[in-house]
Design a protein around this ligand. Structure first.
Ligand code: ZN
Ligand code: ZN
Length: 134
């Protein structure tokens, strides 16, 4: 049975599958916006998000979403996002390089009994944060 949801962009009901709650029409539109933004950024490598948004007519929040997804990168966007774990300013993606290394070593450390407790706690707090973001 179809899992119906309201599109988070236009509010229409649509058959939700997975990922973000965006209907196919808005997704397509977003894809077009992505192409426009990507082209603009390529032609204007030093442009800030504000400039790109103004010149392309694409909302800043949507451009930031492209950055979080790791689809877009530009010199002008340096340190515009925050690491989801420690809040450090980062250029793209979800975590800073320190946290990526931490998370990676915790993943490996979780196998050894000595660091199991902290790894579990980290998992829990991260889970909570994921929840509030939704
Ligand atoms: Zn929509
Ligand atoms: Zn971090």
């Amino acid at each position: 049975m179809a899992n119906l949801r309201n599109c988070s962009v236009c509010g229409r009901l649509f058959a939700y599958q997975q990922g973000r709650a965006v209907c196919s029409r808005c997704r397509e539109e977003e894809e077009e916006q992505y192409m426009i933004v990507r082209k603009y950024v390529r032609d204007h490598p030093g442009a800030t998000v504000f400039e790109v948004a103004e010149e392309t007519g694409v909302e800043e929040e949507i451009i930031l979403q492209f950055l979080r997804d790791g689809r877009l990168q530009s010199k002008g966007f340096a340190e515009i996002l925050e690491c989801m774990r420690c809040g450090t300013r980062i250029d793209g993606g979800k975590y800073c390089s320190n946290c990526l290394r931490d998370l990676d070593s915790q993943l490996k450390g979780a196998i050894s009994p000595t660091s199991q407790r902290s790894a579990t706690e980290e998992k829990k707090s991260r889970g909570d944060r994921m929840h509030t973001r939704e």
